[in-house]
Design a protein around this ligand. Structure first.
Ligand SMILES: [Mg+2]
Length: 388
């Protein structure tokens, strides 16, 4: 079964006003993604997602162009089962023959950034096709599920200090045992972020996991202060405390606190992650399969987490496609114990594909449907595809 064509579509869906939220990214009014379709010579279609931004929004024009004009022609005619080879062909460009014969990378200049996101979307679609062809869920192709069920944690938490307890309690009422709230620059001061987290802990009691996410917006001293103030609040992790550009600063913060430090949704490939690990910057690795280099690269990053005895928690903020990619990776990885589930208004989680995400009472079961287990809602895709 060979690749006959690769197509990319920028999907942009309005978020209903009642489901919109405001953070340091501003008020987001649309949910955006790049939908990738890999078509085979026998008429099958695999689907993938490539992200232009870690949040829900962002222009996907450059990713669509990269897939159409840089990656597509090189990959047509390749077997859909040779996923690692296709990854190497894409990553090494015209020097792929050196990579093949010498056994090390000869990367293209765009070895970080949206080209890797574009590769991620193709990689997801290939795994989807491979699973369809073999009649097996992707997790099975990755070695099988390490557990029958996993805890899904509710990712949201934008409300102010007066309302955050009620907002997060609403998630817990749906069965979630862990919740994530946003902090950082959107709060103006460190003190106000601290106040919101304390209000959350007061409302939820000691048993609920609380994760905090600063989207990389604190300075190093601000992040240290945040951790010092909340050292006794039993936070499950503190995510992206400072800019992803500052790996040494992240490591410096980690040395000053017992709160586990999480990051990785903005990183590309195993090479970014091993640098973070060599700096001793992380407790929790959060690769995004639609950004970091696909399921293929996510599993390599998962192996690093296992080798360093750290937690793997794939970033799953996106459509049902990247969510199921993260779920399959998490189930296949011994180091993963929780899965992110977005509680923001997200039409791409519920309406892009016909299947329900399958989170029940705060838990998700190991995937069983072939490939990603998703079928596209073609009418939805047609309605919300942007013309470029
Ligand atoms: Mg995050």
């Amino acid at each position: 079964m060979k690749i006959a064509d690769i197509r990319a579509h920028w999907i942009s869906v309005p978020i209903p006003t009642t489901g919109q939220w405001r953070s340091d990214y501003g008020r987001l009014t649309t949910f955006d993604m790049c939908l990738v379709k890999v078509l085979t010579d026998d008429g099958r279609v695999g689907i993938g997602e490539a992200k232009a931004a870690v949040g829900a929004s962002g222009s996907c024009a450059s990713i669509v162009a990269c897939i159409k004009h840089e990656l597509r022609d090189k990959l047509i005619g390749q077997s859909i089962h040779d996923i690692t080879r296709i990854w190497e062909l894409s990553y090494n460009g015209t020097r792929d023959h050196y990579a093949e014969s010498r056994g090390r990378t000869f990367p293209i200049l765009a070895n970080r950034g949206t080209t890797i996101s574009a590769m991620s979307g193709i990689d997801l679609a290939l795994w989807d096709l491979k699973g369809q062809d073999l009649g097996a869920p992707i997790v099975s192709l990755l070695g099988g599920a390490c557990r029958d069920q996993m805890e899904a944690y509710a990712s949201g938490g934008w409300a102010d200090a007066a309302a955050i307890g009620e907002q997060l309690s609403g998630y817990v009422a749906q069965g979630f045992k862990g919740v994530k709230m946003r902090v950082g620059s959107m709060d103006d001061t460190v003190d106000y972020s601290v106040e919101r987290v304390r209000a959350a802990r007061d409302a939820l009691g000691p048993a609920i996991k609380i994760m905090t996410d600063a989207h990389g917006t604190f300075s190093v001293p601000e992040a240290k202060r945040f951790c010092r103030e909340l050292e006794d609040e039993n936070l499950y992790w503190f995510e992206e405390p400072i800019s992803t550009d500052n790996k040494i600063g992240t490591a410096e913060l980690r040395q000053t606190t017992s709160i586990p430090i999480a990051a990785g949704e903005s990183e590309f490939t195993r090479f970014d992650f091993i640098e973070l690990l060599q700096h001793r910057a992380l407790d929790v690795l959060q690769p995004d399969p639609a950004i970091c280099g696909g399921i293929t690269e996510c599993m390599r990053i998962g192996a690093l987490a296992a080798a360093y005895q750290l937690e793997l928690a794939p970033h799953c903020w996106g459509s049902a496609i990247s969510f199921m990619a993260g779920v399959n990776v998490a189930f296949a990885s011994p180091s993963a114990v929780v899965v992110e589930f977005s509680l923001g208004g997200n039409p791409l989680m519920y309406d892009l594909c016909h299947e329900d995400p399958g989170v029940v009472d705060g838990y998700i079961s190991a995937p069983t449907r072939p490939g990603l287990g998703l079928t596209l809602n073609d009418d939805f895709v047609k309605e919300y595809s942007k013309t470029l």
